[in-house]
Design a protein around this ligand. Sequence first.
Ligand code: PDD
Length: 280
Amino acid sequence: MENKTVYLNGLYLPLDKARVSVMDRGFLFGDGVYEVIPSYSGHLFHFQEHMERLENSLNTIRLVNPHSREQWLEILTPLLDFSLDQYIYLQITRGVAPKRDHAFPEDTLPTVFAMCSNIVPLDGKEWGVKAISLDDSRWDLCNVKATTLLANILLRQEAVEKGCAEAILVKDGYVTEGAASNIFAVIDGLLLTPPKGSGILPGITRDVILEIARTNKLPCSEDIISFEALKNASEIWITSSTREIIPVVELDSKKVGDGKPGPVFRTMHELFQAYKRSLL
Ligand code: PDD
């Protein structure tokens, strides 16, 4: 295990010295929220948007943000290596309670943890990955970036065991998102992604892609996608902070389009990389 420096409750420590109590509500209940923020050459990508989503997640689970945005930046910056592309993982739990009780404890300080990892490009980023569709078995608060990820884990694991990079989730006949990504599809020349709501995580990468598409006049829309329509899409992509935009070239063992990354993906990939560089 790489013994990097991590942040825990006000201290910077070697990873193997960072310890939390077994009574931490994050450990006992998954009672916490998290963020994943990419950092390109030490520049935190869309930091304000990640902070806004963090604030929304905290508000929904009724936890007070322990830090201002400025304090978060001060905490996270020492973890970054300015010569690398990395991502910050940060997590806040409801803290260490005196006893295991589902209801919130009183006067408990939250546990704040952050670490930084290198972005390792996914195999197939350029030439595409396989995906399977699965029933979306998750709860009604998918807009909260909660550490409670058991359903997502089981779905991703099922995909991996079938040789796939992602599970594309379907609820009541409509596509929601991936186990750890948002979904885009090109259908009849239109770039589509499901609208925000409680059924999906409002991905920051998703928003950036929509912004880039609109700026460059690529036809796009935030609209529901039926699973039937997805099966006939000419392109499918999965998007996230750690994987950026990945073309899905096979869904449920059938080729998507001609089985190669499509022209809209290639255009968006170039535009996305140029946009990233423009922020440095
Ligand atoms: N996950 N939907 C889900 C369920 C996710 O877990 C993620 C990201 C996304 C994409 O959001 P963003 O573009 O803001 O990364 C959508 C992160 C990377 C994770 O859990 O590691």
